[in-house]
Design a protein around this ligand. Structure first.
Ligand SMILES: [Cu+2]
Length: 305
């Protein structure tokens, strides 16, 4: 069977398939996209130090879960075949076994300790806010997001989801725009900078989330919650409102464009000057460049193969 699979499948495809099956966190690396792909397994690609740590923790927990599930399955099968009425007509009358009881208490405690140490470390790192280079205020509305940039004269970016027609139009122009995730105005942040996001809501409880950044916090009316991220690569990263908030809950995506500091300053300048057209042009150019870079990289790696 294995020989047949090897014969029919080129080695790289086999390696890809194995990576997809066994390394969910790493399976989608290098796709250059900040959103899930059809048929994807595991978490979205990591783009911040915290999300890398989260992926490592996810993989560790998965290994432990799978090992326990296999162990219990083997025990069940052993009991079914070794101790059924036919194979074992005279059952044992043993009711206690001290060593076994100590073992099945102590081993789970040790497993929980192994899980708890990286879990607490991750939680601490998530809630230890480094000094911000940029602060953004995110405001949830039924059903769209507004973002303000208090460090840059408090200009406002209102993001509404694109319709299917608008998505098709943008894709036709060569600007990659995933359906149900793309918005008319993305927020923009500089790459490798610490961004604090202060989150609140104008009406009901929403939730500001970008899976690739491992950033997630509730937007509660009358309160300010916070999250932070430090995007380590350029691209557009998408998220969706993650608190069931009402009718159009599924249609209020968040899109964060991560760009170089120079492009960010140009964009912020255009936004401060209320020149939305220029801001849009800057973002479209970046999106086209990023799509182009991806194509060139793809063809180079295809040639290398
Ligand atoms: Cu919402």
């Amino acid at each position: 069977m294995l020989k047949w699979i090897r014969k029919c499948m080129p080695q790289t495809a086999l390696a890809g398939l194995l990576a997809l099956l066994f390394v969910p966190g790493a399976a989608m690396a290098n796709n250059g996209l900040g959103h899930a792909l059809p048929g994807q397994m595991g978490l979205q690609e990591a783009a911040t130090p915290i999300s890398h740590e989260l992926h490592t923790f996810y993989d560790l927990t998965n290994i432990i879960i799978i090992a326990i599930a296999i162990f219990v399955l083997i025990l069940l099968l052993y009991v079914m075949f070794r101790f059924n009425e036919k194979s074992n007509p005279t059952p044992s009358t043993t009711t206690h076994h001290t060593l076994l009881e100590v073992a099945w208490t102590v081993i789970p405690i040790l497993i929980l300790v192994v899980i708890a140490i990286p879990s607490f470390k991750l939680l601490m790192n998530q809630y230890t806010y480094p000094k911000p280079d940029l602060t953004i205020k995110a405001i949830g509305n039924a059903w769209f997001w507004e973002h303000e940039y208090p460090d840059y004269g408090n200009f406002n970016v209102t993001s509404n989801m694109l319709t299917d027609e608008e998505v098709a139009e943008r894709n036709a122009k060569g600007v990659p725009s995933p359906r149900l995730l793309s918005v008319d105005n993305e927020i923009v942040v500089p790459v490798n900078k610490v961004v604090h996001v202060l989150v609140t809501s104008n009406d009901v409880i929403h939730n500001w989330t970008i899976p690739s950044f491992a950033s997630k916090t509730d937007a509660v009316p009358g309160r300010v919650t916070a999250t932070w991220f430090q995007a380590e690569r350029e691209g557009i990263f998408y998220g969706q409102c993650s608190e069931l908030c009402g009718l159009n809950h599924a249609f209020m995506p968040i899109a964060v464009g991560v760009v170089s500091e120079q492009v960010f300053n140009e964009w912020a300048g255009a936004m401060q000057a209320k020149d939305r057209k220029k801001a849009r042009e800057i973002l479209d150019k970046v999106a086209l460049d990023q799509a182009g870079i991806k194509t060139v990289a793809d063809s180079a790696s295809a040639q290398a193969r």
